[in-house]
Design a binder for this molecule. Structure first.
Ligand code: HEM
Length: 476
């Protein structure tokens, strides 16, 4: 078959296409290139070439684990602990930012921790998740129906407290203080430094001798490591029988080698789970409520389902699998606003077949090329989702339709062995929070004219979104 060149706007010497993709929301700038050049485009940033794709068909091809694997962009690997700590201990990487599945730290953590995220383990966390979600209900109940609820920051308190309690039996108590826990402050400031770095202004700033970003990031990281070490130490001094993630990390043996995880690797993964375990779910919940409020007929259906399935009593674990419409709302929300809007693939180094390095049968790519799957685009592919692909319609995500989707059409949790380990955790938490909130409150937009505005750090969230909540009568 005839080969074709990958479309590529010409750009400038040195900076390449940086100006072509300038946008308040960085990922939107790149997505625009897909609108202009088609489902595949090659861009050059400061001499580094990357390929971006935006169709469900090409994403499906990139998800072939025999040909491709995950290779993360520098912003994410930046989060990993690159240098050894002051105690000279070897540097370890958390699972998310491991450079590849060949990394021995990733392999050990993957094998040791998979069971801790299985369906039974997650069901066992029901009561703790319910505890934190009830704190949110209480907070909103105490506010009057005319108070403005800062949706995204309250959901962030919720998801962070939930992962810390379920995984480490640690209470951040974020609902009870104005300032977030110092660990969270350090985490947020190192995250925003990592995402600033991908912007042109900070690239230039980095050339200046007085730029102190790196120093601050190093301090924040060291602080997070210190808190993690203390949490591990605290557990070792105060053993519990609890079947949580921290115990799985401390006592679990690698089924292949029989070895336990070294302290540094435990610490790195604690930071990873606290970060990966909250930002994404908080964004999902925020967008889900926004979608419901902007599409009242879907809000009504979701509320009817909660009335029918849960009624007015206490929510129980068996209710969750009956929440079919809520499932569809969450899936449709992740389709339109995937909180991790892209993931990276590249040719496996153990794939010897040169002919397979053609994408779509005609676009040649190199081993060194990162290929970025823009799922914000592929999940709106009109070939799969039709002319109304940009509209919020949970009906298309009800079980019968969902199972029939082409494989590359819905990938908000990534793919293959590096796919999200916390998917079942996030799902149970999101179902429960949707259920409890719809059971207890009537919501409305604070500003009926609010238009969705997206803010991107490492994940995306709606910005400036407020709602109001009036308690429903007769709920206990
Ligand atoms: C990996 C999405 C919740 C922990 C991933 C990846 C995606 C993702 C797309 C793969 C990234 C890539 O290929 O580069 C999400 C979404 C969530 C969510 C949309 C919520 C709606 C969670 C939770 C946890 C978690 C609750 C922890 C409890 C992780 C970890 C990885 C990961 C550790 C790395 C897995 C590996 O490399 O083996 N997630 N995630 N995530 N996620 Fe999640």
């Amino acid at each position: 078959s005839a080969r074709e060149n990958i479309p590529s706007p010409s750009g400038y010497p040195l900076i390449g296409n940086i100006l072509d993709v300038q946008d308040e929301v960085p990922i939107r700038g790149v997505e625009r290139m897909i609108d202009l050049y088609g489902p595949i485009v090659k861009l050059n940033f400061m001499g580094t070439e990357s390929i971006f794709i935006g169709s469900a068909e090409l994403v499906e091809e990139l998800c072939d684990e025999k040909r491709f694997w995950k290779k993360p962009p520098s912003a994410l690997s930046d989060l990993a602990n690159k240098k050894a700590g002051p105690d000279g201990e070897r540097a370890h990487r958390g699972m998310f930012s491991a450079p590849s599945e060949e990394d021995p730290d990733w392999q050990q953590a993957h094998r040791t921790l998979m069971p801790a995220f299985g369906p039974l383990a997650i069901q066992g966390m029901f009561d703790e998740m319910h505890d934190i979600a009830s704190q949110l209900v209480l907070k909103w109940a105490r506010m009057g129906p005319d108070d403005r609820i800062p949706v995204t920051s309250d959901f962030t308190r919720l998801t962070l407290d939930t992962i810390a309690l379920c995984a480490m039996d640690f209470r951040f108590n974020s609902f009870y203080q104005d300032d977030m826990h110092p660990f969270i402050q350090a985490m947020n400031s190192s995250l925003s430094a990592a995402s600033d770095r991908s912007k042109i202004g900070s690239m230039l700033k980095k050339l200046l001798p007085w730029d102190r970003t790196d120093q601050k990031v190093a301090q924040d990281r060291e602080f997070m490591r210190k808190v993690s070490r203390e949490m591990v130490q605290h557990r070792q001094d105060n053993p519990t029988e609890k079947n949580d993630l921290l115990n799985a990390m401390i006592h679990g043996k690698d089924p292949k080698t029989g070895e336990r995880m070294p302290d540094g690797l435990i610490g790195a993964n604690m930071v990873t789970f606290l970060i990966a375990g909250h930002e994404t779910t908080s964004g999902l919940l925020s967008f889900a409520f926004l979608n419901l409020l902007q599409n009242p007929e879907t809000y009504f259906k979701a509320q009817e389902e909660v009335k029918r399935v849960i009624g007015r009593g206490k929510m129980r674990p068996e209710h969750l699998k009956e929440l079919k419409y809520i499932d569809a709302v969450l899936r449709e929300t992740l389709r339109l606003t995937s909180t991790i809007p892209a993931f990276v693939r590249s040719i496996r180094s153990d794939n010897p077949n040169d002919f397979e390095h053609l994408l779509g049968g005609k676009y040649a790519i190199n081993r060194s090329d990162p290929v970025i799957c823009l799922i914000g685009k592929s999940q709106r592919d009109p070939k799969v989702y039709g002319d109304d692909a940009n509209e919020f319609k949970p009906e298309r995500m009800m079980d019968d339709n969902f199972v029939r989707l082409p494989k590359g059409a819905w990938k908000p949790f990534g793919t293959g062995v590096r796919a999200c380990i916390g998917r079942a955790f996030a799902w149970q938490e999101a179902q429960m929070v949707m259920g409890l909130l719809l059971q207890n409150f009537n919501f409305r937009l604070d500003d009926p004219a609010y238009k969705m505005k997206v803010k991107q750090t490492l994940t995306i969230k709606p910005e400036g979104f407020y709602m109001r909540a009036a308690l429903r009568e007769g709920v206990t």
